[in-house]
Design a protein around this ligand. Structure first.
Ligand code: ZN
Length: 402
């Protein structure tokens, strides 16, 4: 019998963890990072303790107590005894996670799932997730694509061994280029290589259930909606989507396809259902252009480079106002990854007016060295920013201003 349980994402923005069970198949729609719930207990430098594994996250209700789906190396010896009496406790095995897109409120807590559970996603979603993980320091809450196993030492769980890749299934690519394979298999550090896994397939079923997937429009490329055929009929899951972006025709097509399937249930994201239509990208472009035109100093633009439409808008604003667009090294790395996933995302070489900010650092990660090598002629220093403040738009987030 069909059963759907929402372990996250109801009454909150993101944090989606929706369990679908039917006959012998169990799967999750998304397994996201619960920003709001987490902020009740943790912020800035106060974080769950990596050495305690799953304990803090289960204790604070950030993960549901479902024994069997989480990494065993993250569970201390007597962990589950503490949660057996919880009303939500149960033992469970799952056939996979259908991941709609790479925003962490939908993908982040995949980090804690067993690393033999397949993650079904578009190639773009997988590549964005990998680039994001590669370009941050190791963090046990950010191990979506690969993880460092942990072992107990004096009751404390320490990372040890080599990185283990998660089995991603790239839904929309029967094969990927050699260069894209190299990116996917490239280790975050030289001494811990990722072991390549088979990953390309366009499965028609997950467990015993038929599966359909549909590209939809969202502020991050690669967003995908799903439909699963259960014993009660089709169940659709939208993930995040919108109707006012440049690819809104994809969302319209998804609506038509779902209509044809006559779904038994449609699980729909609705963060801003009661609000009027948000500003279109064209309106955002016009407003920002006006502002930049009348600004007589440094312009700082704070948006995620994953939002390609916004990046293109600011690139065009920079051109119209005679400025260069300066992005961070991690954004250049992300853009390269997105270009490998789809040629629809232009390569940085196609943007002659883009420069890359080179921070002062004593040690560089391997991805940073690669970006510096690849784009040597585009690198600029902090003093360049000071001396040319009127000629650039600096794409810095609040957290980049340190
Ligand atoms: Zn999203």
């Amino acid at each position: 019998m069909l059963s759907i349980t929402c372990y996250g994402g109801v009454g909150e923005i993101g944090g989606n963890k929706i369990l679908l069970e039917d006959r012998d198949t169990r799967l999750f729609f998304d397994f996201g990072f619960p920003f709001k719930k987490r902020a009740k207990y943790f912020e800035e430098y106060l974080n769950p303790r990596p050495g305690a594994g799953l304990l803090d996250l289960l204790e604070m209700g950030l993960l549901p107590p479902l024994k069997g789906i989480y990494r065993e190396d993250m569970a201390g010896k007597k962990l589950w005894q503490e949660f057996i009496s919880s009303p939500l406790y149960r033992e469970l095995t799952i056939d996979g996670v259908l991941l709609t897109h790479a925003h962490v409120d939908h993908s982040g807590y995949i980090s804690f799932l067993r690393d033999d559970i397949p993650i079904y996603a578009s190639t773009m979603t997988a590549f964005i997730a990998k680039a994001m993980q590669d370009s941050v320091p190791p963090n046990f809450e950010k191990e979506v694509c690969y993880s460092l196993p942990r072992g107990s030492k004096g009751g404390y769980l320490r990372s040890q061994g080599t990185y283990r890749p998660r089995p991603f299934v790239f839904l929309d690519s029967p094969s990927i280029s050699r260069e894209a394979q190299d990116f996917w298999n490239s280790p975050p550090t030289k001494k811990n290589p990722l072991r390549p896994d088979p990953y390309c397939s366009t499965p028609e079923k997950i467990g015993g259930l038929r599966l359909k997937f549909f590209p939809v429009d969202h502020s991050i490329p690669g967003a995908t909606a799903f439909a699963v055929e259960t014993s009660s009929g089709w169940v659709g899951y939208t993930g995040d989507l919108r109707f006012h972006g440049r690819s809104s025709d994809q969302t319209e097509r998804f609506v038509e396809e779902m209509h044809r399937l006559c779904p038994h249930i449609l699980l729909c994201e609705g963060t801003r259902l009661r609000e009027k239509r948000g500003a279109s990208e064209k309106e955002a472009f016009d407003n920002c252009l006006k502002l930049v035109k009348k600004t007589e100093g440094l312009v700082i633009a704070d948006f995620g480079a994953r939002n390609i439409e916004r990046l293109v808008s600011f690139y065009n604003i920079a051109r119209e106002t005679g400025r260069n667009l300066v992005i961070m090294g991690k954004d250049a790395y992300l853009l390269d990854a997105m270009h490998l996933a789809s040629e629809g995302v232009p390569s940085i070489d196609q943007y002659p007016d883009i420069l890359i900010y080179k921070d002062f650092k004593s040690r560089l990660s391997s991805w940073e060295k690669e970006i510096h090598r690849r784009y040597e002629d585009k690198l600029i220093s902090p003093s360049y920013v000071r001396e040319n403040a009127l000629d650039i738009i600096l794409c810095f987030s609040f957290w980049d201003l340190n």
